[in-house]
Design a protein around this ligand. Structure first.
Ligand code: CMX
Length: 133
């Protein structure tokens, strides 16, 4: 799969405006981008730390996976995203090895990356994302 690093950690929040204050005023990180990903029904806010980003996720609709997550489990870590050189290959390899995939092929995510998810029921409870440029 050629995973190189943790590209980002997704954190589900009720309000980016509220949560942003913690990351900026307490942790001293800088929000460098806010972007809506219509396909995923989320608004995202990004903070860089080393090679990794923190991605805050706010639902833009009641049907958003993030809205459902917060309703069931409350705010908190929502997914871990690994950087790969080819999301489609990584998804195919995981599937070959018996992992349940949410996406068969990649779709466009925030920052124009090609993204795809593995089902948390197959990955010891962690929603897992692959992303590639
Ligand atoms: N992490 C761990 N477990 C999760 C989870 C998450 N993020 N989201 C849901 N689950 C668990 C639920 O708790 C539930 O477990 P139980 O059956 O034990 O109660 C189970 O998965 C099914 O959850 P559900 O609420 O019934 O929701 P769905 O089956 O409709 O959807 C999932 C779950 C993971 C398939 C869906 O949320 C999904 O497709 N996620 C991928 C897309 C996504 O999250 N996009 C937002 C991020 C966008 C971005 O980064 O750009």
């Amino acid at each position: 799969m050629n995973l190189s690093h943790i590209e980002h950690i997704g954190i589900a929040v009720k309000s980016i405006d509220e949560a942003k204050k913690y990351y900026e005023d307490v942790l001293g990180l800088k929000c460098y981008a806010v972007e809506e990903v219509k396909d995923q029904k989320v608004k995202t806010a990004f903070f860089q730390i080393g090679q990794t980003k923190i991605e805050l996720l706010e639902a833009t609709s009641a049907e958003s996976p993030v809205a459902k997550f917060i309703e069931k489990r409350g705010e908190g870590i929502h997914h871990i995203a690994f950087a790969t050189d080819d999301t489609n290959n990584a998804l195919a390899e995981a599937e070959e090895k018996g992992i349940k995939t949410i996406d068969k092929t990649s779709r466009k995510g925030a920052e124009g990356l090609n993204i795809g998810f593995l089902h948390p029921k197959s990955t010891f409870g962690v929603l897992t994302e692959f992303c590639s440029k």
